[in-house]
Ligand binder design. Sequence first.
Ligand code: FAD
Length: 393
Amino acid sequence: MNAAIVGAGPAGLMAAEILSAAGVAVTVLDRMPSPARKLLMAGRGGLNITHTEPLDRFLSRYGAARERLEPAVRAFPPEAVRAWADELGAETFTGTSGRVFPRAMKAAPLLRVWLARLGARGVTLLPRHAWAGWDGEGALLFHRPDAPPLRLTPDATLLAMGGASWPRLGSDGGWAPILEACGVAVAPFAPANCGVLIDWSPHLRNRFAGTPLKRIALAFGGRTVRGEAVLTATGLEGGAVYTLSAAIRDSVAADGEARIVLDLRPDLEAGEVARRLAAPRRGQSLSNHLRRQLALPPAAIALLREGEGPPEAAVKALSLRVTGTSGLDRAISSAGGLHWEEVGEDYALRRLPGIFAAGEMLDWEAPTGGHLLTACLATGRAAGRGMLRRMGR
Ligand SMILES: Cc1cc2nc3c(=O)[nH]c(=O)nc-3n(C[C@H](O)[C@H](O)[C@H](O)COP(=O)(O)OP(=O)(O)OC[C@H]3O[C@@H](n4cnc5c(N)ncnc54)[C@H](O)[C@@H]3O)c2cc1C
């Protein structure tokens, strides 16, 4: 029995693990020169592989897709993800917010051990093989440099080509038109966990782009998130922004703009802020007064001048107009993908016998916090098991 896996990201590699453990001959093909580039990029800012929050809350992060993802995630829940990573030598730990990271923070050590384990089980990895659909006889077709296209007719195939964010890492959503041409419905891609666009003054843009705003709170649509944001030349990015970005994206799409509210001192009650600011200024500039009384950094003080009304009144509630979200090229993940109605119980595609799909290719989104990787690993595992069942294993 043999299987082809298209896409060497976490979903594809997890399916390769399941299949190879059952003695199936597995070939993993990827269009890039090396595997799992997005996973490696995810490790740059600290690889958050899963989360320790209660499972019900964890599952709620998948929103409308919860029902479909739940069986796979329950079968490979956060503690199993963690045990799996630990077995690969990651030595995970839980950060203050309940997020789980490998001790090395990066993905490279874990990936190295994982690939070695797959190699030892006979998994063949073929980089620089770009899937281009099927030929007239139903064989999978792969374009490769300096060689004629490769044709494969495996017993089962997994498509695990990711979403459409950070396309230069390999997942460019180029699979969507190929599947659509076969009558498979694909929901349009949209950026998820992305920055927001705000029209800053030249002063803020030129002096403070790249500056982090630590320990702030951001509110939108009835939700308030504490965390960190980063000022960019075009707006704001960072953890707190990503958490609210799906709701902001949908609101901008509906209304043309959205209003977010920033609290620059969430640890101080409004009354305390007012009391401190009422202290005599003794000839100090407003900036110095804000800095001394509230310990606000220069970027936060400059930001207060971007709102409407007096800066000192905006410390606890700075209203900012968002005109859009940053594009797919810089989003952490993407919404949209293969419609769930196309996907059967075992992650088999209803219209294409013997073809399975897993990972970010499917139509779901989740905030950062390890929920993305957990669902990719869990669906890769579920699809691998579905493929085994199809092959009678
Ligand atoms: C900057 C950044 C930080 C992130 N941080 C985190 C984090 O901390 N925690 C978290 O949970 N998630 C994080 N993510 C998201 C996470 O990395 C992705 O959700 C996950 O990698 C998706 O896994 P996947 O296997 O579905 O697809 P991918 O990892 O995208 O892999 C798909 C593979 O398919 C290949 N491919 C695509 N098209 C073709 C084709 N036509 N032919 C052959 N091969 C093809 C691609 O080259 C790629 O290697 C982050 C993402 C980014 C960009």
